[in-house]
Design a protein around this ligand. Sequence first.
Ligand SMILES: Cc1cc2nc3c(=O)[nH]c(=O)nc-3n(C[C@H](O)[C@H](O)[C@H](O)COP(=O)(O)OP(=O)(O)OC[C@H]3O[C@@H](n4cnc5c(N)ncnc54)[C@H](O)[C@@H]3O)c2cc1C
Length: 484
Amino acid sequence: MGSPAGIRAADAIVVGAGPNGLAAAVILARAGLAVRVIEGAPTVGGGCRTQELTLPGFQHDVCSAVHPLAASSPFFQTIDLAALGATLRTPKVAFAHPLDGGRAAYVAGSVEETAGGLGADGPSYRRLLGPLVRDAPHTLPEILTPIGRSVPGHPLALARFGRDGVLPATRLARRFKTEEARGLLAGVAAHAMLPLSAPGTGGFGLTLTMIAHAVGWPLVEGGSARLIDALVAELTSLGGQVETGRWVRSLDSLPPARAVLLDVTPRQLAAMAGGSIPGWQGKALARFRYGPGVCKVDWALSGPVPWEAAPCREAGTVHLGGTLAEVARSEEEVNAGQHAERPYCLVAQPGVVDPTRAPAGQHTLWGYCHVPSGSDVDMSGRIEEQIERFAPGFRDLILARSVRTATDMERYNPNYVGGDINSGAGTLAQTFCRPTPRWNPYKTPLTGVYLCGASTAPGGGVHGMCGNGAARAALADLGVKTPR
Ligand SMILES: Cc1cc2nc3c(=O)[nH]c(=O)nc-3n(C[C@H](O)[C@H](O)[C@H](O)COP(=O)(O)OP(=O)(O)OC[C@H]3O[C@@H](n4cnc5c(N)ncnc54)[C@H](O)[C@@H]3O)c2cc1C
């Protein structure tokens, strides 16, 4: 296929304009390469788009909404987001976890402030999170880069994190006695999409909580798509080019380039390479495991959610599901291939910090629950039941809703295999070796071809660090000096 008019020959081609594809393109362009990004969908952004999914004037984040990972990402710190039109708005309460009877636990501000709200578990929280948050400026950049690729700059801090981080959330929760603190930990650890008895789920919860204290859990004014607009602006200012509406089915269809970076998962890499990848790494890529899916719901509301517990009304994110035992059961069921009757749900309320998302006085609400891979079950009724449980009267506010099942998710973006929003299970093995046990996780056995999406280290989320790592691997192979 020839280049469309106006598109020049490229040193590097990036397939997929998600946050990682664009991050890779920015790093390559900063190093002086002519970069061309090819995106299959009609618009750029991948899991970071904003659209009027329900009613005119209601701007919904189609996928990612809450950005602790962007806020703490070394890559995003090199982009002047505010100057490029992306303003992060940080809610007072990062995340809240309601329990029956109008109770709630929450993470807000400092470790001290949060411990103060946890009653009898305040001292345990202070002991667990205090040292981790103190070390966060050293450990977070290391957690967000491939583990083991370089000598850690702060081995003691990393070891301290690792000692607790490898534990299952259910085990870590034994440090607490109250339902509030145990529920709080379960809610944040369940982002892992694994049974809470799985090793490493404690680490998921601790990392996200550390970030909440270190930089907060911001949302983007106007919607997550503004982050993508900022990356595209940075890229085009460096001469990079972006083409949309062209799905790449085969590597042979790409114009010649010195490096090809693919913002896709191992499954699509194999298809693009003609069915299989040679050698041991090909076998390892074929064994790459995908996690459960999600069923996502967006609502247009006539007012704010009437949460019984006050902290939930100020929280950007609310974790629903009740006690640790209930959340653990929900995640257990999903990972065993069942749909939870009372699902653990993640809910984000942009209106807490961003009145621009909906007409005056009205609100958008974003939420999802985990479901078995490939599910086509509409879980909106069960999700609304959980919201209503902690916010009686919620249903009366619904003006419109948009639902995407796990199969819809994969149809929307082929990287969400079976509806897996992280493009690969976050098991401990796939945290250390993502996607395969290789020193450089971005290289493939195909010369000049790299994986740069969320199936590589450090995994899912809008942080751009997979793209950053893959671009640096490609530049090293090309013998081009890497930018700072
Ligand atoms: C419902 C949902 C909620 C989420 N919530 C959050 C959140 O709150 N915070 C957070 O940090 N993360 C969240 N995530 C995860 C986050 O969106 C992803 O981990 C992130 O977008 C991954 O970025 P990526 O660039 O690796 O891939 P993607 O964002 O998936 O982008 C890949 C791009 O490549 C394109 N593409 C794929 N194959 C081809 C092909 N063959 N040819 C051409 N183009 C192709 C796709 O169309 C897509 O645009 C959420 C995801 C979902 C789905």
